[in-house]
Design a protein around this ligand. Sequence first.
Ligand code: SAH
Length: 215
Amino acid sequence: MQDTFRHKGLRKKLVEQLRTKSITNEQVLAAIEKIPRHLFLDLAFLEFAYQDKPFPIGSGQTISQPYTVAFQTQLLDLKPREKVLEIGTGSGYQACVLAEMGVKVFSIERQKKLFEKAKTFLPSIGYQIRLFYGDGYKGLPAFAPFDKILITAGAPCIPEALVQQLRPGGRMVVPVGDGNHQEMTLIKKGEDGTTTIEHYGGFLFVPMLENKAQD
Ligand code: SAH
């Protein structure tokens, strides 16, 4: 599958749409304009790759809507070379957007099939991302602390182990809520280790599931 002028044109249009929806971070927009999202979708959805919609990626999971990816990335307020942990690799698209922001990306996925697919696919399109198969609720204590943590599945509550893996001065973005509605939540950890919480409206994600990783 190739990245054609037509795909590039569709991406430009998508970026214009995101601008009208209050995405203002130019680096985020540049990343979305650059990454060939159609390569992350099943062939059957090729025509829809550049609509601002979520889509199935197998194993009952979805690739987030571009607006949601852009919104979460913007909230992280990334600086080059920061260490970022993503929970929910899925197709790997969000991880590539992070990589385009010049940060060091670590990403965890609990579905074995999705993990394995991303592990071969991402390097094939030029992204070297540190991918882990496991339970995101536990984070990656061996690699902590992280400057930023991004959760791309709906968490029933703020995962405490992850807050602990955030460095003082760091930020975590997590959609918090039940199966039907999540509130986009930004957790800021102060230099003294205390946290403040801000809310950014309603979103809909697949659930962040507890305990064991899945084959
Ligand atoms: N960021 C992805 C979209 C993710 S959908 C992308 O860009 O395509 C949410 C993902 O979170 C799913 O793949 C799901 O399997 C994964 N997930 C759910 N609970 C998890 C957990 N506890 N640990 C790690 N991954 C989890």
